[in-house]
Ligand binder design. Structure first.
Ligand code: G1P
Length: 305
């Protein structure tokens, strides 16, 4: 352990990206651009921002471009140097210098719990974070750093929770949770993967950030396939929630009320691109003006049709 402070982040990136076919036929979904950076780079930047500079990506087949993106591209760098384009050169180097990135392959894709289990050897016996690439957290809103702080104070594992409308809860893991003396922290007593609205214990959805006790690995080894025949991280967390703190058990939830973009969903992906482009100093002013005109034009068309 390095002074007890987590330093490692695990990013599962072995998914097939079926919701984005055909774009993801030959390109990993993690490489889809959000404005001018691949989605996965925002996630790595978020981990680094929270002090997690050792990043393990759990990949699968056809993920070569992911590795290339975070590797040096000497030819390109030389060409940009020769051209005298320092800004682009810096943007190309930024991805390489960001973090200490490692890769492991998942082999059989047997679910998110299985992807996390594949990280066991790299992580060792210390708490670590898991970041799901489909969820982007706006860099102006703090989540992971707060979760690490809560893990440090309370031990066990920490999930990120977000209130969602009841009709959306079937898309998420859902937590049974009680409030604590801190307004943004919940004590989690149970978790269920993608319940129907009737069965959901709350409207608190688990979103794609976790800080996990290494006890999760032994639990995952014993976790039978659950929903969809996959080994679910949510099921392992349910077991951890019932275990005593001496054994690494206990689950807390940090309630997130900031901006989150689900880049795994096409409509939300488009919204993320628009929002992030609008907020950029270099693109925002012109883009927002165009957007205003475009929307007015659309509404005008609707009014006349
Ligand atoms: C996964 C988890 C789910 C969680 C969600 C957050 O589901 O299994 O518990 O709520 O991520 O994005 P997926 O979206 O991969 O189906």
């Amino acid at each position: 352990m390095s002074n007890g402070r987590p330093t490692k982040a695990v990013i599962p990136a072995a998914g097939l990206g079926t919701r984005f076919l055909p774009a993801t036929k030959a390109t990993p979904k993690e490489m889809l651009p959000v404005v001018d950076k691949p989605a996965i780079q925002y996630v790595v930047e978020e981990a680094v921002q929270a002090g997690l500079t050792d990043v393990l990506m759990v990949t699968g087949r056809n993920k070569g471009s992911l590795e290339d993106h975070f590797d040096r591209n000497v030819e390109l760098e030389l060409a940009l140097e020769k051209k005298g384009d320092p800004d682009r050169l810096a943007s190309v180097r930024a991805a390489t210098d960001l973090a200490d990135i490692h890769y492991v392959r998942q082999g059989d894709p047997r679910g998110l719990g299985h992807a996390v289990l594949v990280a066991a050897q790299h992580v060792g016996d210390e708490p670590f974070a898991v970041l799901l690439g489909d969820d982007l957290i706006d860099e102006r809103d703090v989540l992971l750093a707060r979760m690490l702080q809560v893990q440090d104070q309370r031990g066990g594992s920490v999930v990120a929770l977000m209130e969602v409308p009841q009709h959306q809860i079937h898309l998420y893991g859902c937590a049974a949770a009680a409030s604590t003396d801190e307004p943004d922290v919940m004590a989690v007593s149970g978790l269920v993967e993608k319940p129907s609205a009737d069965e959901a214990p709350s409207n608190l959805a688990v979103i794609g950030r976790y800080v996990l006790s290494p006890a999760v690995f032994d639990v995952l080894r014993e976790t039978a396939p659950g929903r969809g025949g996959e080994i679910q991280l949510t099921d392992a967390l349910q077991t951890l929630a019932a275990m005593s703190p001496e054994n690494g058990g206990g689950v807390s939830g940090v309630v997130f009320r900031g901006r989150r973009y689900d880049t795994g969903d096409r409509a939300d992906y488009l919204k993320a691109v628009v929002r992030i482009a609008s907020d950029r100093d270099d693109l925002g002013p012109d883009f927002v003006q165009w957007l205003g005109e475009f929307v007015a034009e659309q509404q005008g068309n609707q009014g006349t049709s």
